[in-house]
Write a protein that binds this ligand. Structure first.
Ligand code: UDP
Ligand code: MG
Length: 136
């Protein structure tokens, strides 16, 4: 079954810092994603802690929040049939070392923490994450 979905994508600081944001946006567009909304922002550590609250018990949580707030990011609402799973597939595995050819993390990811992109992992989380960055 297919349904038109929206998902939240973030181009993380390591990719924005290397000026890869336009190249990554082109990859999404070429794969049929519509960029419904986008903005380049820098979030505070507190905002990163709220965004990644689901990971608050994980050993990498503190570093992860420091990292996501360390520089500009590009946040986007992406729309496509089955956007959530399609985006997860296009992103590739969390650890770029495990990501397959043709994925964004394989191409651009530097390490498990500096893995260039974020994508929502479920319909519920997509709604929460879209609302987090685009409240209006
Ligand atoms: N992360 C990390 N170390 C780990 C696992 C995850 O630094 O051992 C970071 C990584 O940047 C990842 C983010 O935490 O993208 C969120 O982890 P998750 O398991 O949700 O991976 P994702 O959904 O981003 O693939
Ligand atoms: Mg995740």
């Amino acid at each position: 079954m297919s349904s038109l979905e929206q998902t939240l994508s973030i181009i993380k600081p390591d990719a924005v810092e290397r000026n890869l944001d336009n190249e990554i946006k082109d990859i999404f567009k070429n794969k049929g994603f519509k960029i419904v909304k986008e903005k380049k922002i820098q979030i505070t550590k507190l905002e990163a802690e709220q965004f990644y609250k689901v990971h608050e018990t994980k050993p990498f949580y503190v570093d992860l929040c420091a990292y996501l707030s360390s520089g500009p990011i590009v946040v986007m609402i992406l729309e496509k049939e089955n956007a959530i799973i399609a985006n997860r597939e296009l992103m590739g595995a969390t650890n770029p070392k495990d990501a397959i050819e043709g994925t964004i993390r394989k191409k651009f990811g530097l390490s498990i923490d500096k893995n260039s992109v974020h994508g929502s992992d479920s319909i519920d989380n997509a709604k929460i994450e879209i609302n987090f960055f685009f409240k209006d």
